[in-house]
Design a protein. Structure first.
Length: 397
């Protein structure tokens, strides 16, 4: 059973109104049965000239690993792109082919030419759509796993944002990975965030297999697809600065309809809690007492959960001084992690200074934000990637 829980940093607000921070935590619950999700997996592989050698060899090994994780009712396909895109293997029910037959096609891949990633993704989407999936009734877990080491020859990140939005509306999530030092990290990041997936940096060819494997295994654990939060805001309430904090820090483009904000979420997976953080403005109000700022509803492939973001208007100074520090820190830490993921060290440093001024230098979250900022400042793309995720204590310096 999926559940959600809300919290605010200031449970009591003055009658002249204020802006506060809110969090919504999503606990996905469990699958109805182990391995019940049909998976539609499309490998979208860069085979441009720069992939020649170890990277393409490891991409082949990664594909072999994916094939070994599939169940009979899953579908898998392969698209390759260099100067243009081609369908190496149309999405095929795994029970109707074999690992040997699939690998024969993958092993024939060669590297050469330029990089038309846009055509590759568009072809991948068209291939998956050939399965006649219906987002309103079907609940198959649909994934494009994109791997590239270069920059598209003729398209900019905004072009990919539009394409990823269309792909997302088809019920497909993109997990995008850039390998090496020459890919366009803004494009890779845009694809993962816009299509409610994830983006990642792969340091070496040996990381390709684990990227593919983790993505396919995560798809096996999905509880519900097409997840979103709906915030029905009260009159005068404003919602801003919305971020997905977990599983990966990403800024969210909120969709408004009248007074309802829709916050799209990644598919819900077992043991993978999600968190959304935001700023919310409580308007002026003459009447004292409790008030609902927004009713919150989670929907995901037939599952629903509800809660509300509420505060109490008061003129009691002691109550107004109450502060849930962890909620404020969640929001600021997420902003820092998001900016570090973009490589915006200066903006992250500005946020860290705000955190330090408000919460103190010795606060654990502040210390971690400083550590991450230093690592990204001194390091490269791997450090940016790491900064977007909460790390275990035993990985901290």
């Amino acid at each position: 059973m999926v559940t959600i829980e809300t919290d605010v940093n200031r449970p009591h607000v003055p009658t002249d109104g204020t802006t506060l921070t809110a969090t919504v935590d999503v606990e996905p619950g469990a699958q109805a049965g182990a391995g019940t999700n049909e998976r539609h997996i499309l490998l979208c592989l860069d085979t441009s000239g720069s992939m020649d050698g170890a990277k393409l060899d490891q991409a082949r090994e990664g594909a072999s690993w994916v094939f070994g994780l599939l169940e009979p009712d899953d579908y898998v396909g392969v698209v390759a792109f260099d100067s243009d895109a081609s369908v190496v293997m149309a999405p095929t029910r795994w029970a109707e082919t074999s690992r040997e037959a699939a690998m024969t096609r993958v092993d024939e891949l060669g590297a050469g030419g330029g990089t038309d990633m846009y055509d590759g993704l568009d072809t991948a989407r068209t291939s998956l759509d050939s399965l006649n999936y219906r987002p309103e009734t079907d609940d198959a877990v649909r994934r494009i796993l994109l791997l590239s080491d270069g920059k598209d020859n003729s398209h900019e990140p905004d072009d990919f944002r539009e394409l990823a939005t269309d792909i997302d509306q088809s019920g497909i999530r993109i997990l995008s990975a850039g390998i090496g030092t020459d890919y366009d990290d803004e494009t890779i990041r845009t694809l993962g965030a816009t299509a409610r997936g994830e983006w990642t940096h792969l340091e070496s060819p040996g990381d390709i297999e684990s990227f593919f494997g983790a993505a396919v295994e995560q798809a096996q654990s999905v509880v519900a697809t097409d997840a979103a939060l709906e915030l029905d805001a009260a009159s005068g309430v404003e919602v801003s600065e919305v971020y997905r904090a977990l599983p990966q820090a990403q800024e969210v483009g909120v969709e408004w309809s009248a007074n309802t904000a829709r916050v799209p979420l990644p598919d819900l997976a077992e043991r993978e809690n999600q968190r959304v953080v935001m700023k919310i403005h409580a308007p002026a109000r003459d009447e004292l007492g409790e008030a609902t700022l927004a009713d919150v509803r989670l929907t995901a492939s037939g599952r629903e959960a509800a809660d509300r973001i509420a505060v109490e208007y008061t003129d009691d100074d002691a109550e107004l001084a109450e502060h849930n520090e962890s909620v404020s820190l969640d929001h600021r830490q997420t902003v820092v992690r998001t900016e570090l993921g973009k490589g915006n060290v200066a903006d992250a440093e500005t946020e860290v200074r705000k955190m330090t001024r408000i919460h103190g230098e010795e606060t654990a979250v502040v210390e971690e934000a400083k550590r991450q900022t230093r690592l990204v400042s001194e390091g490269g793309r791997q450090e940016r990637d790491d900064a977007t995720r909460i790390v275990d204590d035993d990985r901290l310096e």
